[in-house]
Design a protein around this ligand. Sequence first.
Ligand SMILES: [Zn+2]
Length: 79
Amino acid sequence: MSEDAATSSPVSDSPAPDSPLRAEAALAGIEQRLAEVAGALGRLDDGTYGRCDACGAPIGEPLLALAPLARRCERCEKR
Ligand SMILES: [Zn+2]
């Protein structure tokens, strides 16, 4: 039996020329965004989506259209 290494691991991809720190920062941003989306989906699920986190008032469609992930109404956001 031959132990020919038929490894098909294409791990020869070199990292982007950009500094890894930049990629990390970008990733962190994406992760934060994902968490926000997950939170919005969760609120959509339990029916609290579109309500202000601070005062419980409806955030309002104009603001939600602009910022679907908004968690506070315009009034509270400006405080
Ligand atoms: Zn509010």
